[in-house]
Design a protein. Structure first.
Length: 416
């Protein structure tokens, strides 16, 4: 490690005094879980991403489970999932009983496109599966090409579950599919996808804003979001939503037709995926600084582009896509380890000795032992190429400009 300089992890949370004060206020109050802090965060998040509603939950994996369950995805169904993602996007579908149709990705951006999704649908159909949903992953802060994927979902009658765990604050740019010259934040839902559209977020500490552990589901369909909310809390219903009614009104209602204060019904099994007020207070406080964090990460990425340019073609930044304004979560650099004559493991170890932490995002999910036993060895060359060359470099708001110089100098030393 460089003498006198702190270790730079690939990512870390940024906790400020106002966050500590917000959490302390909850601890001094009357509610620790499912109180006013959760409700306030849900309103703030929905407003920030332009969604009709938001349901806060325990983590991003819980958000995925809730989304798949709310859409009624289960045994006999299949979900299209890109191979370049964390385990949860696929495993949550399997927990619902569905099969997973793994899709390839663009090797430079790591994103699933329309052609890759179509190929996965074709393989699933050939296998006799009933494809029910697309689950595009917005990788590293950039969105998958949602105009084309939403059109594919409409054409095939599929639901959309956007895994935006990397993309809080990212926005789609105006184009032919977004008239009016305005950005559209990720998470608002896509009402023109008739089979249903939901977006999931994660607030893990290495994400742009943190709850400690936390997640959320957002969407624009009131009935679908009402089901997400019920499933998040054991499937219980205390106050019927518009158009709904208690199944047992004699037990549920008093003489004036009001719901008895103790009464609840369970129409279907749900989960205990609730977020606590403690976590909600932290992430609400951080949500107020989201734009500052996005701006700082954009500044750091611009510095990386400048400082790493002399290392090309051995080192390149991830390919930027034209259809979104990214809120960068990862700096997933592309490194030609073969040309450098160094293994990735050796590079990571050498960087760590110089005080620079790195990580790999991700091992393609279809290569995991469970999925290989289930589906055999799938040929997804784009995902394997992306995996072979990716290395996530430090990126978090508390980094100083000079830290980028440290990382670039360390990379140059190690690779040369």
């Amino acid at each position: 490690m460089t003498a006198g300089l702190p270790f730079l992890p690939y990512g870390r949370q940024s906790v400020e005094e106002e966050d500590i004060a917000a959490v302390a206020a909850v601890l001094r109050g009357d509610w620790l879980t499912q109180g006013p802090a959760v409700a306030a965060f849900e309103r703030a998040l929905a407003g920030r991403v332009g969604a009709a509603d938001a349901v806060a939950c325990a983590n991003g994996t819980a958000a995925l489970r809730l989304a798949y369950a709310a859409l009624g995805i289960g045994p006999g169904d299949a979900v299209v999932v890109p191979a370049n993602t964390f385990l949860a996007t696929a495993s949550a579908a399997r927990h619902a009983g569905a099969e997973v149709a793994f899709a390839d990705v663009d090797p430079d951006s790591g994103l699933m496109g329309v052609a890759e999704a179509e190929a996965a649908i074709a393989r699933a159909t050939k296998a006799g599966w009933r494809v029910r949903a697309l689950a595009p992953v917005h990788y590293a802060g950039q969105t998958a090409p949602m105009a084309g994927l939403a059109a594919l979902a409409r054409a095939e009658g599929l639901a959309l579950v956007e895994d935006a765990c990397h993309a809080i604050g990212t926005a789609d740019l105006p184009g032919d599919d977004l008239p009016g010259g305005r950005e559209i934040p990720v998470g608002g839902g896509r009402p023109d996808v008739e089979a249903g559209s939901l977006t999931v977020f994660s607030f893990h500490p290495v994400k742009t804003i943190a709850a400690g552990e936390g997640g959320a589901v957002t969407g624009g369909d009131p009935a679908l979001m009402a089901r997400v909310r019920r499933l998040c809390n054991h499937g219980m219903m205390r106050d019927p939503e518009k158009g709904e009614a208690f199944a047992d009104p004699d037990a549920a209602l008093d003489a004036e037709g009001n719901a008895n204060p103790w009464y609840y019904e369970m129409a279907e099994p749900g989960f205990n995926h609730r977020l606590s007020d403690i976590h909600a207070a932290l992430v609400s406080s951080q949500l107020g600084r989201l734009d500052r964090y996005i701006g700082r990460r954009a500044r750091l990425m611009a510095l990386y582009a400048e400082r790493l340019a002399p290392l090309a073609p051995l080192v390149r930044l991830p390919a930027t896509v034209p259809w979104c304004r990214p809120a960068w979560h990862l700096c997933a650099a592309r490194i030609d380890f073969d040309a450098a004559g160094r293994t990735r493991s050796a590079v990571m170890s050498a960087l760590r000795a110089l005080g620079v932490g790195t990580q790999v995002h991700y091992i393609p999910v279809h290569r995991q032992p469970y999925w290989r036993r289930r589906y055999g060895d799938l040929a997804l060359p784009g995902a394997m190429d992306h995996y072979a060359h990716t290395l996530s470099l430090p990126l978090f708001p508390a980094m100083a400009d000079g830290d980028v110089d440290r990382v670039a100098a360390a990379l140059e030393r190690v690779l040369s």
